[in-house]
Design a protein around this ligand. Sequence first.
Ligand SMILES: Nc1nc2c(ncn2[C@@H]2O[C@H](COP(=O)(O)OP(=O)(O)OP(=O)(O)O)[C@@H](O)[C@H]2O)c(=O)[nH]1
Ligand SMILES: [Zn+2]
Ligand SMILES: [Zn+2]
Ligand SMILES: [Zn+2]
Length: 266
Amino acid sequence: MCTTCGCGGSEVKIEGHDHDEGNRRHRHGDESQPAHVHAPGMDGRRMVRIEQDILAKNQRHADANRRHLAERGIFALNLVSSPGSGKTTLLVRTVEALQHRLPVAVIEGDQQTARDAERIRATGVTALQINTGKGCHLDAHMVGHALEQLQPAVGGALFIENVGNLVCPAAFDLGEGHKVVVLSVTEGEDKPLKYPDMFHAADLMLLNKVDLLPYLEFDVDVCIDYARRINPKLSVLQVSAIRGDGMTAWLDWIERGAGLASAAIR
Ligand SMILES: Nc1nc2c(ncn2[C@@H]2O[C@H](COP(=O)(O)OP(=O)(O)OP(=O)(O)O)[C@@H](O)[C@H]2O)c(=O)[nH]1
Ligand SMILES: [Zn+2]
Ligand SMILES: [Zn+2]
Ligand SMILES: [Zn+2]
């Protein structure tokens, strides 16, 4: 997992946040400092302790984010997947459809560039880009700052697109209501078995790019069976962000969740 994979670092950039809060300068991405790969000679027990510290610190930030979101009745989703599964394409379609029905905002995570945030902003919806530098996942500390900056509206939906990575983001709670794993059919039906942590952590799987099924050897039923062997409670929707399949069911799922989140503060 990420806390031991040697990724991370202090090159995090959050749009509008200059890392200088009063005189209390602090670094971002410290939670994902390398723990073993670049630490020859470090013994296993010390490595485990560092990993536990990183996750405990992340959990404190995640708990604070979750409280902040709950107090404002905001329904937050953390979209996780391999690079290129179609998260941003799906989000663009999603916010285009939802923005006239409820307040929506997006936090985008990528190692570099603001391309995804710009794609969202082109729809008229507010988006904020986090660049993680060498980091391979968003952490709850970064998302906390993004929330301060973005100020998502009370009673709305917040979408957090995580860094494309089917492994490390599974371990980092951001304070979201649900993790939504996006798996595209071009990735192969065995991914839930090979990368179980992500499918275990998610509540919903969006099986995307179903418009390509006629050109692939991909058995949808087998894929869903594999995913539910890992997580029997996993909900599944088959979608195509390009052609529009399954979008109504996905939008209904979001609106149901957002309705419950905002009802809780009334
Ligand atoms: N055929 C087809 N292509 C899709 C679909 N959804 C996304 N794509 C294509 O998949 C490619 C990647 O889409 P993105 O939306 O950038 O994927 P992403 O998951 O946001 O990528 P990263 O942020 O880099 O991880 C693009 O070329 C999209 O046009 C779909 O439903 N069907
Ligand atoms: Zn990692
Ligand atoms: Zn900070
Ligand atoms: Zn994207």
